[in-house]
Design a protein around this ligand. Structure first.
Ligand SMILES: NC(=O)c1ccc[n+]([C@@H]2O[C@H](COP(=O)([O-])OP(=O)(O)OC[C@H]3O[C@@H](n4cnc5c(N)ncnc54)[C@H](OP(=O)(O)O)[C@@H]3O)[C@@H](O)[C@H]2O)c1
Length: 438
């Protein structure tokens, strides 16, 4: 350690999952961190609504506790504020308060960064401080650093991700055990993987915020999450995995961003992906990001997408990067969005994309069903590829699958719309894209 090099002080707001993991690391790993930095990183103040009830890890030394985040952002002995509260209201006030007091900010907040991160960065630049957000996407995978610096010399042409651990856990458990979604979801809740209100996870909104952030870093466009096409996993059932396997595929909630000649196409949706692809092997609550560069080609990143310690590593590593800048006076002026300025994204509809589709039906069995469905596909000029029916004990609510050759999403949607009126269907057809080779 450089003799006498002064410590950098951290104030932490939010002592929940991520806050507690961050504190554990800062306490237990303090010596390693100081060796790497050349000076200590010290926690001087912490804040949460029930701060008095929180047990802080041993070895932190004296720490000021408060329930008022304003004390943290204005504290003379806080150099960096870690916002680990979440949500978009108080968190925005905390970050703006820190910027006003010229304190750098580290945040894990995907929702806020996806909705107004680039405006916050503009304010941070004007105030001359830094903003870091590695933990906001894919917890323990340092994907921001990769896109911001590691492969910044390349031009990204596509990015695919499994960015929501809860939905991936649910899908892979359904696949392994044949258990229905409700049963696996209840179990995920018991294990602490799923929130009491699971909508953000299983309806794809959490993944959508993360894709908005990663696509901004990868493609340099400012993306409003609500412009991204989103479809969750509620309609996937264990039998879809049986059919997918027969077709040499599996099903995952895929976040996709592709640069096409018409512009950037973004989607979050369940899709059939080839069993031989590397992303098909992503099991349980793990996350993965696959980046395709024009020059460097494929790179793949895999790890834990959440959890106190993996996410804590991302927060602490950001704290270290920002602390180096403060102490050594080399302003780290790489934007957290990897581009000096983000361009405006003109939303492109997924409906213009062509790919093969998997159509799954549940019908009351009777003669003429295939002919009726094939007739609608023919009217839409969609070429049928295969019809699959696995053995079933019942003739009511009988499942079967039709796959079709590459066609536009809007044509498929029209066909599905027409099919929905057929009286032998027990539910609207489920249409899933079969992703082109990743
Ligand atoms: N959980 C993960 O694995 C994970 C992974 C990546 C990113 N993230 C992100 O990290 C952030 C935090 O998530 P989390 O799971 O740690 O949340 P959490 O467990 O719910 O913790 C939130 C903390 O914020 C505190 N808090 C809430 N309102 C406050 C206020 N007005 N003033 C002061 N403190 C307040 C809470 O205080 P009390 O405890 O006193 O109520 C709690 O300690 C979110 O942005 C989340 O999206 C989480």
């Amino acid at each position: 350690m450089i003799a006498g090099m002064q410590q950098v002080n951290v104030g932490i707001v939010g002592l929940g999952n991520v806050g507690s993991g961050t504190l554990t690391l800062l306490a237990e790993n303090a010596a390693q961190i100081a060796l790497k930095l050349g000076f200590p990183l010290r926690v001087t103040a912490v804040c949460s609504r029930s701060v008095e009830a929180k047990k802080l890890p041993e070895g932190l030394g004296p720490v000021h506790r408060t329930t008022d985040w304003r004390e943290i952002v204005s504290h003379p002995e806080v150099d960096i504020v870690a916002e680990l509260v979440g949500g978009t209201s108080v968190a925005a006030e905390i970050i703006n308060g820190a910027i006003e007091h010229k304190k750098s900010v580290v945040t894990a907040n995907k929702e806020l960064m996806a909705s107004c991160g680039s405006e916050i960065w503009d304010r941070a630049i004007r105030a001359g401080i830094n903003l870091a957000m590695e933990a906001s996407v894919a917890g323990g995978i340092p994907i921001h650093a990769v896109l911001r610096e590691g492969i910044s010399g390349d031009r990204v042409v596509a990015l695919y991700g499994i960015l929501n651990g809860t939905s991936n856990y649910i899908l892979t458990e359904m696949e392994k055990r044949g258990a229905p979604l409700d049963e696996v979801l209840a179990e995920a809740h018991r294990l602490g993987y799923a929130e009491a209100d699971p909508s953000a996870d299983i309806d794809g909104f959490d993944a959508r915020s993360k894709l908005a952030i990663l696509a901004a870093l990868a493609f340099g466009e400012k993306i409003t999450p609500s412009d991204i096409f989103v479809e969750g996993i509620r309609r996937i059932s264990p039998m879809d995995f049986q059919y997918a396997h027969k077709l040499g595929h599996t099903i995952r909630l895929i976040c996709a961003a592709r640069q096409t000649s018409d512009g950037l196409i973004l989607s979050v949706r369940p899709a059939l992906i080839g069993l031989e692809t590397i992303i098909a092997g992503v099991q349980g609550a793990y996350n993965a990001v696959w980046v395709k560069g024009r020059y460097g080609q494929d790179t793949f990143y895999y790890g834990r997408g959440a959890g106190p310690l993996p996410t804590g590593v991302a927060v602490v590593s950001d704290l270290m990067r920002v602390a180096r800048e403060i102490r050594y006076g080399h302003p780290e002026r790489v934007s957290p969005f990897a581009h000096e300025r983000l361009g405006e994204y003109k939303p492109r509809s997924v409906t213009s994309e062509k790919c093969a589709y998997y159509l799954r039906f549940r019908v009351d069995d009777r003669p003429g069903i295939i002919a009726a469905l094939a007739g609608i596909l023919a009217e839409q000029h969609i070429s049928l590829e295969a019809v699959l029916q696995l053995p079933s004990e019942t003739k009511s609510s009988l499942p079967f699958v039709i796959t079709v050759e590459p066609t536009c999403e809007h044509t498929i949607r029209e066909a599905v719309q027409k099919m929905s009126h057929l009286d032998f269907l027990r539910e609207p057809p489920l249409a899933l894209p079969m992703e082109p080779p990743l």
